[in-house]
Design a protein around this ligand. Sequence first.
Ligand SMILES: Cc1cc2nc3c(=O)[nH]c(=O)nc-3n(C[C@H](O)[C@H](O)[C@H](O)COP(=O)(O)OP(=O)(O)OC[C@H]3O[C@@H](n4cnc5c(N)ncnc54)[C@H](O)[C@@H]3O)c2cc1C
Length: 273
Amino acid sequence: MMSHDLQWYYPEKISEALKLIKKEGIILHAGGTRILKTEARNLKGLVDISHLRLNHIRKEGKNIIIGAGCTLSDVINYCKKTNSFAGLCMALAEAASTPLRNRITVGGSLKDFPVWSSLYSPLIALNAKLELAGIKEIYSVEDYVKKNIIKTKHIIKQIIIKDDTDVICIVRRFNIVRFEYPIFNLAIVFKVKNKIIMDSRIVITGVKGRFHRFKLSEKALNGNALTEEVIAKSNEYFTPKFHTDYKYSPEYREHVAKVYFNDIVNELKEVMK
Ligand SMILES: Cc1cc2nc3c(=O)[nH]c(=O)nc-3n(C[C@H](O)[C@H](O)[C@H](O)COP(=O)(O)OP(=O)(O)OC[C@H]3O[C@@H](n4cnc5c(N)ncnc54)[C@H](O)[C@@H]3O)c2cc1C
């Protein structure tokens, strides 16, 4: 239950919002789709982000900058309009429902990091960076979680993604019914030149430890053509470890993830022909 004395704040400056959230029991309110479920009991105040001018998407040099207040729909529309980040676009378009995608923000999704996150695996695979308010250092999304910045009180200002047209990003989510929280989200980014994989980043969420990057599988692929031997080697190192619940055993989840991984690599092989 949420307190009846809950105070709402509507700051127009990020510095004001930062001061407010340093106080006990006061947090940011973005799309508001998660707050009731996770933090309601001890809440004293909510800081509305809608006047902080965080809902921009623009190209700056070689980067695309996505304001933390953008909704999933804003990002999908931008990607479709500019024909960019097809994998990210597809992943977000499959999340939740249209009314929810019109509310859920990228900032709230990053801070929240639910196990069913559709955002994290493509962003880590794309090596996206985060700018936080009042902090000089730019963190990769990977480090934001690994270094536990996610657990501190902060405001995400924007996401920075290199707009690299050579990159192929393929994302798969596992759920039986479309409108169901995904069990896992697998994203693979490949950089290919002259039929050789120059670089790859393989990331899964929904696993033990929130996310996992398969650096040995990446190593098996990088610098090589996609021969049967290379594919087999990368498959060998792709061993995601899952928790269990009433739905599926960890072994079954791992099996499905392996099938998806193999499918993606073979899909790339077709594209490279
Ligand atoms: C039925 C349903 C299905 C869903 N399915 C999916 C799905 O398939 N894939 C998916 O990815 N998501 C899905 N979601 C969304 C996900 O579960 C969260 O609800 C959502 O990511 C939270 O985003 P929000 O903008 O609503 O954040 P809020 O609920 O407003 O906030 C969440 C947290 O983030 C903090 N916060 C907000 N903005 C910032 C910021 N700029 N900087 C720092 N902290 C901030 C808040 O203080 C709070 O702690 C689904 C949600 C629902 C209700």
